[in-house]
Ligand binder design. Structure first.
Ligand code: BG6
Length: 466
């Protein structure tokens, strides 16, 4: 099935945490924008009924974003519910009945990946998979082998064009804006390449810990949780060539080319850290070797980027919450003493607010040739951007795959991190509220890491409105 709007949304895991935190708010927002006007069928095994599901939806919205009376009433009227075990054929017969005359449903698997195979098999047997799409949640696999296995299972029942692998970073407007910034501005093409850029660094900092997700996190770690997916998507947006056309496959072809040009990460180019106190979190092993921080260096052997190191750093319990990219320029053959020059840079801040800044040198006030570094900043609040989940679910309902990870992309991403994940490299401890362990020095760009400032400092210096 391609290019038509799905005529029902089925979401498995309707009573779960993800539905509570993300899905109900996204559904209400979609209704509000007029993007959702088809039956929405929750499926779970909880002994619930439709009224209970509606009450849960209300509770979820009270906690996350607020109830909008008109949209919520409309959403309530669209909601239906099927209770039952995913192993049981009767659950899926009940689902088929609830789908009534819908022939192009979209099945959203907001459930642990171990259940995917069972559910898609049952969907096929019950005639719920025909003409349907399927949306799957991250994590997509645990390593290369499991991702391949998962792809095989899904492709047995669905065409690739009908499979939507969620990476909610792709639903973030500031992440899409990186591509617009690069390809809607002629001047960017002139410098955003190996000739002018010396290094690129991407930081995803979070000032909180694992927030009750210890059991999940301990099996996952930073590289699997955010580097292999979210930050590789950011990297692809930074490094891809312009697509030949704007359709989803042309865009995704270019992204996968970026990953194909990256060799597996070497042990010496990775530093893993763990914040002090992590092992006391509920669900975390007392001798856990899972990383809550990672810094790594890689190279993209492409025409645009060969020879330019890309650094990625992500972690929990760091001093601020912000995702930011800094591209440092090569130094000019200076007329002033080189030691006094700071690199020019391009700074792209994706969150919490959106900033594009150029760092440059100018003459310092007064006389003489002394220079000083200044930043030219364009910044805006991202409050009006809408939620990433709303955007990705809306796109999946319309059959637009641009905001989803394709089979080959996911496998390439695993290929890059898989060998080093299996090496069990050391995990160094770090104090909460620090920028990772001391050992991060080993994987540090020339001139050092640029640490994002806090939101308050950033807003105060750039004058952006909250
Ligand atoms: C999730 C990770 O995918 O992304 C979390 O599992 C992380 O650990 C989160 O905190 C970050 O996303 P956002 O949209 O809150 O910045």
């Amino acid at each position: 099935m391609t290019n038509s709007h799905s005529d029902a949304l089925v979401f498995f895991g309707a009573t779960g945490d993800l539905a509570y935190k993300k899905i109900f708010p996204a559904l209400q927002a979609m209704v509000k924008r007029g993007q959702l006007n088809v039956p929405v069928i929750g499926v779970a095994k909880a002994g619930w009924n439709l009224d209970r599901l509606r009450a849960r939806a209300r509770e979820s919205l009270e906690k996350h974003g607020g109830v909008d009376a008109v949209s919520f009433d409309k959403l309530s009227s669209l909601l239906r519910y099927v209770d039952g075990d995913y192993q049981d054929a009767a659950t899926f017969q009940a689902l088929r009945k609830e789908l009534r005359d819908a022939h192009n449903p979209n099945h959203y698997l907001a459930i642990p990946p171990v259940l995917f195979e069972t559910v898609v098999e049952q969907l096929a047997k019950s005639n719920c998979a025909q003409g349907a799409r399927v949306i799957v949640e991250k994590p997509f696999g645990h390593d290369l082998a499991s991702a391949r296995e998962l792809n095989k299972v899904l492709l047995r029942f669905f065409d690739e064009a009908d499979i939507f692998r969620i990476d909610h970073y792709l639903g973030k407007r500031p992440v899409n804006n990186m591509v617009a910034f690069r390809f809607a501005n002629t001047f960017v093409e002139a410098f955003w390449n190996r000739t002018y850029i010396e290094s690129v660094q991407i930081t995803m900092a979070e000032d909180f810990g694992v927030q009750g997700r210890g059991a999940f996190y301990d099996q996952t770690g930073t590289i699997r949780d955010v580097v292999q997916n979210h930050l590789f998507q950011v990297l692809s947006n930074l490094a891809m060539q312009p697509p030949a056309r704007l359709d989803s496959e042309s865009v995704r072809d270019e992204k996968v080319k970026v990953l194909k040009a990256i060799s597996p990460i070497e042990e010496t180019n990775l530093v893993r850290g763990q914040f002090l106190g992590y092992r006391d979190e509920p669900g975390v092993a007392k001798d856990s070797k899972t990383e809550t921080f990672a810094a790594l260096k890689l190279e993209i052997n492409s025409w645009l980027w060969k020879g330019v190191p890309f650094y990625i750093r992500a972690g929990k319990c760091l001093p601020v919450t912000s995702t930011e990219i800094v591209g440092k320029f090569r130094k000019p053959p200076a007329l002033v003493p080189e030691s006094t020059l700071t690199e020019n840079h391009l700074r792209l801040r994706l969150s919490p607010e959106v900033t594009i800044a150029m760092g440059m040198m100018v003459l310092a006030p007064g006389e003489g040739m002394a220079t000083q570094a200044i930043e030219m900043v364009a910044s805006r609040s991202s409050a009006a951007d809408g939620d990433a989940y709303e955007r990705v679910l809306g796109a999946a309902m319309e059959g637009d795959a641009t905001l989803f990870a394709r089979e080959d992309y996911v496998e390439e991403a695993w290929r890059i991190v898989d060998p080093v994940l299996k090496m069990s490299t050391p995990v160094y401890q770090y104090q909460t509220n620090a920028w990772g362990p001391r050992e991060v020095e080993r994987v540090t760009p020339i001139g050092g890491w640029s640490n994002p400032t806090s939101y308050e400092t950033s807003v105060a210096t750039s004058g952006a409105a909250a």
